[in-house]
Design a protein around this ligand. Sequence first.
Ligand code: HEM
Length: 226
Amino acid sequence: MRLLQASASSIGSKIVIALTGLGLAGFLITHLAGNLLFLVGPEAFNEYSHKLISNPLIYAAEIGLLGIFFLHIAKTVAAVIGNKAARPTGYAVRRWAKTKNPKSRKSVASSSMIATGTIVALFVVTHLATFKFGTFYQTPDGMRDLYRLQLEIFSNPAYVLFYLVAMGILFFHLWHGLVSAMQSLGLDHPQWTPRVMTAGRVLAVVLAAGFFIIPIYTFVLSRSGQ
Ligand code: HEM
């Protein structure tokens, strides 16, 4: 009961948004690691995705992921509506923050988070339609040929451009989101906070760079006639 009350409160919502956001970032790390196998070759990439799809635990993982996505979005929407109904009375000044005006810095960041988050959510829907529910090619040994599908998709420069723009927006969402999540979880230490913030920013750069490389690499490969 207390947990429910806490999660309905503004601080509880912030913590849920932060934890689900970090969970989604965790998914992105594993997703990028799996996708980078495309660079190794068709066998490695298709075998990896085949093992993933044929594992019975995948359904539980997918339901869990969907739940995390849903909570992250629902709590953000509720917080936005709640904030409009009753404007918050100022923000705590962080000891480590260099800005002279933390209030305006925070509101610009939160409105850009809503815009970038909405675009990332729309991207995920089209992304699932393209890949997860896209054409089912099969390898001679009966596995799903996701390598062929990806090669086909990114041979189209329009898709490459769309992915690069979406990954750029994802980068901004992660850049603000990872730092903001750690603040919401109460991280406010003069020495440790700047270090953890830097780690969050490095993770945002690594994830965006990794997801940037894949469409470009696949496009070049598709043009080289491999
Ligand atoms: C260049 C970038 C990306 C590539 C090439 C890529 C590729 C793929 C592929 C091939 C699948 C199908 C896997 C399968 O059905 O086994 C997939 C699924 C998925 N992707 Fe991506 N992805 C990229 C970026 C992203 C990003 C940035 C997100 C989230 C913001 C994302 C979210 C998902 C989700 C949620 C699934 C479904 C996972 C599941 O149901 O198991 N992907 N992706």
